[in-house]
Design a protein around this ligand. Structure first.
Ligand code: GLU
Length: 428
């Protein structure tokens, strides 16, 4: 028992990074520019619903562990709330609230009929067996079920969660209501109503916006040197698809460390090495590099695809990329944004750059609600269209207002959600 307690972080020993105040700071910048009325500012700077659950999980050795999780809905004005669930030892309520708020803006930037939500369980899933992971997922789903529904709140994968976990969520919800509801969750396995292309959609979307952003910055994506931090679902897909489109991937990393080759890595071979050893570290034909140094490599495009707060006021002065495309949520702090802006480094913000995931989640949900599947070609071509047009809209807004891309994207998003809120009014 003691051993289990040591293995899992408890709320008391996790350092609270107040991500929510960063998210509100970004919102305030857009609210000032839009001259948002006071009441609207108050509404949109709060999360509508915050649920914290402490729930028991039976471990394989027969002991019981109590874990803490959250599900937060920032806003349900535009439609059902949408957003992933993460399993991570550093999950906090403040983080989940920030991520829920960003989901609202992300869906609004893409013009999806959703509000934003997020969920998280404070746990290190790498220390759990499949059986323990399933127990955790089923009990957490039951605890937050009062908020969920295909027309209410629809989870999806996020950090350390995957299609199998989505299948357990879908099954648990369905067993509890007494009939199958595939559309209560997205990112499901294909055979359970998942969408072709969903797995790699976030990475693919990142690459599509990077191509557009490179055109505007006056260099070609073909031949550009790209560095990717993180080799999970988003990072590995982004690296593979960027290489397919002609970019030279010079560095990649994961939790264990990074690898660097100025002549370009064979990304498919790196992916095979990662699949075999669970890390990119030790790959032949590359030098080792730390995650910190990887972020500071000389390159055209840096794609951070790990977790938040990676580019801070401390390392921002040393970043040498021409452009940062945020595959992760919140990798750049507001203070770092100012430094990067002053140094002329373009940041394509998370709420646009990584929106390919939720966009194909939306496609999956539409296919599920209509019980009518699409082909991979249809999914990818619609994804490309929506990423390209959303980039253009954000770019025009930024140029029109003389602000950076993050602020431009926030203005598009906040304006849209404010309009919904104004039109719907306050009831009762
Ligand atoms: N977790 C992903 C994100 O942060 C996807 C969310 C979804 O598909 O609902 O955007």
């Amino acid at each position: 028992m003691l051993q289990m307690e040591e293995k899992h972080a408890s709320p008391a020993n996790v350092q609270e990074i107040d991500l929510y105040s960063s998210a509100v700071r970004q919102f305030d910048i857009a609210a000032d520019i839009l001259r948002l009325e006071d009441g609207m500012r108050k509404i949109l700077s709060h999360c509508q619903r915050e649920l914290t659950v402490n729930f028991p999980v039976e471990m394989d050795d027969g002991s019981v562990q109590v874990l803490t999780g959250h599900r937060v809905q920032h806003n349900t004005g535009p439609g059902p709330s949408k957003g992933g669930i993460r399993y991570h030892p550093m999950v906090t309520l403040s983080e989940v609230k920030a991520l829920a708020m960003w989901m609202t803006w992300k869906c609004a930037v893409m013009g999806l009929p959703y509000g934003g939500a997020k969920g998280g369980v404070q746990v290190n899933p790498k220390l759990l067996s499949q059986n323990e992971l399933q127990n955790l997922t089923r009990r957490y789903t039951t605890e937050i079920q009062i908020l969920l529904g295909a027309n209410q709140d629809i989870p999806a994968p996020d950090v350390n969660t995957n299609p199998q976990i989505m299948a357990w969520i879908m099954d648990t919800y369905s067993m509890n209501v007494g009939y199958s509801v595939p559309s209560v969750v997205t990112g499901k396995p294909l055979s359970l109503g998942g969408s072709p292309g969903r797995n790699e959609a976030t990475g693919r979307g990142c690459v599509y916006v990077a191509v557009e952003a490179a055109k505007k910055a006056g260099f070609s994506f073909d031949g550009a040197r790209v560095v990717v931090q993180g080799f999970g679902n988003v990072g590995s897909s982004a690296a593979l698809i960027a290489a397919e489109l002609g970019a030279k991937i010079v560095g990649v990393s994961d939790l264990q460390g990074g690898i660097y080759n100025p002549h370009g890595l064979d990304v498919a071979a790196v992916a095979a090495h990662h699949a075999a050893t669970r890390s990119v570290v030790g790959f032949d034909g590359a030098e080792p590099i730390s995650n910190e140094d990887l972020l500071e490599l000389d390159c055209e495009i840096l794609i951070p695809c790990a977790i938040e707060n990676q580019i801070t006021e401390e390392n921002a002065p040393r970043i040498r990329a021409r452009m940062i495309v945020e595959g992760a949520n919140g990798p750049t702090t507001p203070d770092a944004d100012v430094i990067l802006g002053d140094r002329g480094i373009v940041v394509v913000p998370d709420i646009l750059a990584n929106a390919g995931g939720v966009t194909v989640s939306y496609f999956e949900w539409v296919q599920g609600m209509q019980w009518f599947p699409w082909t991979l070609e249809e999914v990818n071509s619609r994804l490309q269209k929506i990423m390209t047009s959303s980039f253009a809209r954000v770019y025009d807004e930024s140029v029109g207002r003389g602000v950076d891309l993050r602020t431009g994207a926030m203005c598009v998003a906040v304006d849209r959600v404010a309009e919904f809120t104004r039109l719907r009014g306050i009831y009762p």
